[in-house]
Design a protein around this ligand. Structure first.
Ligand SMILES: NC(=O)c1ccc[n+]([C@@H]2O[C@H](COP(=O)([O-])OP(=O)(O)OC[C@H]3O[C@@H](n4cnc5c(N)ncnc54)[C@H](OP(=O)(O)O)[C@@H]3O)[C@@H](O)[C@H]2O)c1
Length: 266
């Protein structure tokens, strides 16, 4: 008996859009898809996108990379961006809804301004919804494809002072299930990758002791690396497991299943 364990992870001939790939996690995910043979659409703000594009071109001189900048908080900009992708022959076979407004920097729930709350939801929910809707219509017409929504434990648990972000990730998880139920029969597989504890450059600015304190809440005591997240995203977007639909795959070092850190006792 022979089982092919690698062919399914090839994205040769596929076009992949990774939203929010101008830096951090999205950029690593975009690089992983390039490594796997895809032509990749990178997305973010103009300035960051330019740097990301140069970085990727230097690392992968042969790769086909298409940068596009649009504001996920602006519905008409989203529609215009997909019109241009369609006319340029860059409509994606795979969408990774990775971009997010992290909802940082505002006060707690009681003081939260409706404007800020709406701003976070516009990007994380409506922006992700509109990208997913347009790509799903295209995939349904062409007979299938995959969408991966990058979610967070924040959709299942509270993070103090980040209620808008909490709400937005819970909504994204709901969208994953609703889309998967309606679309998997047409070959459009929708899943979400739920992250908990991820190293990004923001950690370089954490106050003294915070990192150690955070680690106590993670049984594995280690953050998920961006490479690990990128590999898992590739798996979810691949055809390795065609009946994996509407799943919330949790990659969090056990953060979501721990009630109390080891040194608290009972
Ligand atoms: N990092 C973590 O610890 C963690 C944990 C759990 C889940 N996650 C999830 O993982 C994903 C990536 O996180 P990250 O830490 O890499 O985020 P990040 O460093 O803040 O990057 C966010 C990306 O989204 C883009 N973006 C944000 N708002 C946008 C808008 N209105 N229009 C267009 N693009 C926009 C940014 O583009 P520009 O910067 O170029 O504007 C950037 O490329 C997010 O979905 C996040 O919720 C992260």
């Amino acid at each position: 008996m022979k089982i092919d364990t690698t062919a399914y992870l090839s994205f040769a001939g596929k076009t992949v859009l990774v939203t929010g790939s101008s830096r951090n996690l999205g950029l690593t995910i975009a690089a992983a898809f390039i490594e796997a043979g895809a032509r990749v659409i990178i997305h973010g703000s103009e300035a960051n996108l330019k740097t990301a594009h140069t970085q990727l071109q230097e690392a992968y001189p042969e790769a086909e990379i298409h940068p596009i900048s649009f504001d996920l908080g602006d519905p008409s900009a989203i529609d215009a961006a997909f019109d241009s992708l369609a006319s340029d022959g860059w409509m994606p076979d795979v969408l990774i809804n990775n971009a997010a407004h992290l909802g940082l920097g505002e006060s707690g729930f009681l003081e939260q301004s409706p404007e800020f709350f709406r701003e976070v939801l516009e990007v994380n929910v409506f922006g992700a919804f509109r990208c997913a809707q347009i790509v799903a219509q295209h995939l349904q017409a062409k007979g299938g494809g995959a969408i991966v929504n990058i979610s967070s434990l924040a959709g299942q648990q509270g993070i103090y002072g980040r209620s808008a972000y909490n709400v937005s990730k819970a909504a994204l998880d709901g969208m994953t299930r609703a889309m998967a139920q309606e679309l998997s029969g047409d070959g459009v597989r929708v899943n979400s990758l739920v992250l908990g504890y991820v190293w990004t450059e923001r950690w370089n600015h954490l106050a003294e002791g915070v990192e150690d304190q955070r680690r106590k809440n993670v049984p594995s005591a280690a953050p998920s690396s961006q490479e690990e997240i990128a590999r898992t995203t590739l798996f979810l977007a691949s055809e390795s497991a065609p009946t994996l639909v509407g799943a919330q795959v949790v990659l969090d070092g056990g953060m979501g299943i721990q009630q109390l850190p080891q040194d608290v006792g009972v």
